[in-house]
Design a protein around this ligand. Structure first.
Ligand code: SF4
Length: 486
């Protein structure tokens, strides 16, 4: 219940902050306001509509407006949790429990805006450039908001947010962490500084900017993989090819690919630790130079040249894993590499390496636990919802976007924020992130798991009098209702 006192101040009960809101004002999160003495969710309720067969390719877009009772095709309309509001504490049914009958499946969609204290972001930055040592603190405005985590193939990874930064540190740390997450979740850009590493600017679906330089290419593979891909194309145009890479530097004449082509080791020994033939670790320190190393002169990784094997006139080609750096040398009479003009055949392969690099992007995955009391807004028996999700009877989405649900206990999900409508996330100053969540399942399954069946309402009744925004359905997202098990 929402309390209103004699001065028409309303107490918002949508989160534990319990703001007392004067007429014409909004609460601390700006999501709720006092409109003529009534607690009101200030943002429109977002529904998403897919094109029907007789619409052609066009989905009419309606600006935000009060729903005027127009007839809509239920089968092509999905109610998102965006703007739906929150019921706190969750023993009350979720704000909207919508019943519809698309294609005779008799579907129920339970929508809510979840308040997530246990949440964060996994960031994938497509670059080999060094952003900071693993476990290094990642800071926004001087506050730690996360850390560098294990790098993946061709990408650096950050883990941002999480309950420790949101609630376990100072108030400022929690506030800055919440702000940082919110910006990124709503597809905004954020500047971060990494202890002992780089300054980065990241934004979902955009190229990362590292130390002020926009990254263009994701490497074609590690140094060894690059040799495997292009060995045949270099053959006959160089006597030795060294692909410089921070993780695995490849040396063609020693590599299995070179041996396969009949090459003998050319006698040019690179620094670092030999892992297997033609594959070397730690040839240099990580950095923002060639292949994610700290070098700008590729010859710096050559340890020695063996006079028993190397010969004057040997053609040495060195290249990075993105093709952004390349150099050609010929050994002089003293077996010293002398810069020389690169043969056109090698230049062609340099360009082909670049062509095979995918554009470098930043990917932002929201990760949150929906397995807590949020489930009580769906059912009186929360563990049954978890089991229903496990059994694929219930489809979980965030703003209509498909989620990955982790195995094990609870409903711990991950979702790509670029697949949600814009500005789908909010916050409360506890601090915590507010995000849309929808559970879609058959009505019979909903009843079986102890759902709030008495709170199911038809779509037109739910929309009546609501300020509604209609967004076109994103075709890359699977239609949730259709996946309910018949
Ligand atoms: S912070 Fe927002 S949701 Fe929480 S009580 Fe205040 S107005 Fe309501």
């Amino acid at each position: 219940m929402t309390a209103t006192d004699k001065d028409d101040v309303v107490t918002c009960d949508a989160c534990p902050v319990l703001c007392r809101i004067r007429p014409g004002k909004t609460g601390a999160c700006d999501r709720y306001g006092n409109v003529a003495g009534t607690l009101t969710r200030m943002d429109p309720f977002v529904i998403s509509r897919r094109a029907a067969a007789d619409d052609g390719d066009m989905v009419p877009f309606l600006a935000t407006e009060s729903w005027d009772g127009k007839l809509i095709r239920e089968a092509d309309t999905f109610v998102t949790g965006i703007g739906a509001g929150t019921t706190y504490p969750d023993y009350k049914p979720a704000p909207f429990i919508v019943g519809s009958d698309p294609q005779g499946l008799d579907t129920v969609t339970v929508v809510s805006e979840g308040i997530f204290s246990y949440c964060g972001i996994k960031v994938k930055i497509d670059t080999d450039r060094f952003v900071g040592p693993e476990t290094a603190a990642v800071r926004a405005g001087g506050e730690q908001v996360g850390h560098v985590t294990t790098a993946e193939y061709g990408s650096q990874m950050l883990a941002l947010g999480g309950v420790r930064h949101l609630t376990g540190g100072s108030k400022k740390e929690g506030t800055v962490t919440c702000d940082t997450l919110l910006q990124l979740l709503n597809k905004g850009a954020v500047d971060l500084a990494i202890d002992g590493g780089a300054e980065v600017t990241i934004q979902a679906g955009r190229p990362p900017v590292i130390n002020g330089v926009q990254e263009m290419r994701m490497r074609v593979g590690c140094g060894s993989a690059t040799i495997g891909i292009f060995a045949q194309q270099w053959y006959g145009h160089a006597d030795e090819v060294i692909v410089v890479d921070d993780h695995i530097t490849g040396v063609l004449s020693e590599h299995q690919a070179g041996r396969f082509l009949g090459l003998e080791p050319a006698g040019i020994r690179v620094r670092g630790r030999r892992s297997t033939p033609g594959r070397y670790f730690q040839v240099a320190e990580p950095g923002t130079g060639w292949g994610g190393t700290d070098i700008s002169d590729p010859l710096a990784i050559i340890d020695r040249i063996d006079p028993k094997r190397a010969k004057p006139g040997l053609r040495l080609f060195m290249v990075s894993t993105t093709g952004e750096d390349a150099a050609f040398f010929v050994l002089d009479d003293d077996l010293k590499p002398a810069p020389a003009e690169m043969p056109p055949e090698l230049q062609t392969v340099v360009e082909r390496i670049g062509e095979n690099c995918e554009p470098a992007l930043t990917s932002i995955l929201f990760m949150a636990g929906a397995g807590g009391s949020l489930r009580a807004g769906v059912t009186e028996n929360p563990v049954r919802l978890t089991r229903s999700v496990r059994a694929a009877l219930t489809r979980v989405t965030c703003g209509g976007a498909p989620v990955y649900v982790w195995p094990g206990g609870g409903i711990t999900l991950m979702v790509d924020v670029t697949r949600l409508p814009d500005n789908a996330f909010g916050y409360v100053p506890t601090p915590a992130i507010v995000g849309p969540i929808e559970f879609t399942l058959r009505r019979a399954d909903y009843a079986a798991l102890g759902g709030h069946v008495g709170a199911i309402r038809p779509l037109d009744e739910v929309l009546a009098g609501q300020r509604v925004a209609v967004t076109p359905w994103r075709d890359e997202n699977p239609w949730p209702a259709a996946t309910a098990t018949p």
